[in-house]
Design a binder for this molecule. Structure first.
Ligand code: ADE
Length: 240
């Protein structure tokens, strides 16, 4: 997969050279190109922002550098991702969809956002645009969201994970939060690993995990459970 990231703070994206995304780059699975948006400015101050039409606080990113950047790197066959708090929620299902793409271009805005004509023009030119939010809070720019999106997508690329089965059981893959996990020692600071996990009864372990996953989800994220499933909780050994 090829991913182009455009930002006025390209150093922010350096973290992607570390750990698993770094390994994916070295193995050739990921071709990551980070660009400084100011490359496509022409004035002495390398200006990327201006005051908003209609008034109001803050600055808006000018369309021209974005347009020239997209002309040069090309959007053909790519999904253009624009992180913004006003986007659709970026979920595990979004990450799965994007992991099937050949090319992503991520446009990291700053200030009050990017002139709306940039997305409009890219979409009119045939680009598939997705404006995505990583949560109901406001960051200073799209860079941190881009890091989250790239990491969530790249770990799903075929051949990326050493043990793909660990992807199946994690939070959000089955619509539930993941059950609690334990490792050795069996007793630590007076706290025991639940007996069922040490008993070797795989059916019992599976039931226990499902119950804990349901319990957690009902407590922490009831919005993830359909009403029917919440109603059915009484049938499980689940304390809500
Ligand atoms: N930019 C600023 N806040 C954001 C958010 N919550 N998600 C994605 N991009 C953002």
């Amino acid at each position: 997969m090829r991913i182009d990231v455009l930002s006025i703070f390209p150093d922010y994206l350096r973290a992607l050279d570390l750990s698993l995304p770094g390994r994916a780059q070295r193995s050739g699975l990921l071709d990551l190109r980070v660009h400084d948006l100011r490359t496509w400015t022409h004035d002495r101050h390398r200006t990327v922002d201006d005051t908003p039409y209609g008034g109001g606080a803050g600055m808006v990113m000018k369309p021209e550098p974005w347009g020239e950047a997209f002309d040069e790197i090309g959007l053909e066959g790519a999904v253009l991702l624009v992180p913004t708090p006003s986007g659709e929620v970026f979920r595990q299902s979004t990450a799965r969809e994007l992991a099937g793409e050949e090319r992503l271009v991520i446009a990291c805005g700053r200030y009050e956002g990017i002139d709306a004509r940039v997305v409009e023009h890219a979409a009119a030119g045939g680009a598939r645009v997705r404006e995505v939010s990583i949560g109901d809070y406001v960051l200073n720019g799209g860079e941190v969201a881009a890091l989250a999106v790239v990491e969530a997508v790249v770990r799903l690329l075929p051949g990326f994970m050493g043990n793909p089965s660990s992807l199946v059981e994690e939070s959000h893959e089955d619509g539930l939060l993941e059950y609690p996990v334990y490792t050795k020692p069996p007793t630590w600071r007076g706290l025991d690993v639940p007996d069922v996990l040490r008993g070797g009864d795989h059916g019992a372990i599976e039931r226990w995990r499902r119950e804990r996953a349901l319990e957690r989800t009902a407590r922490r994220r009831p919005d993830l459970l359909p009403v029917s499933q919440l109603a059915a909780l009484g049938e499980y050994d689940v304390a809500t």
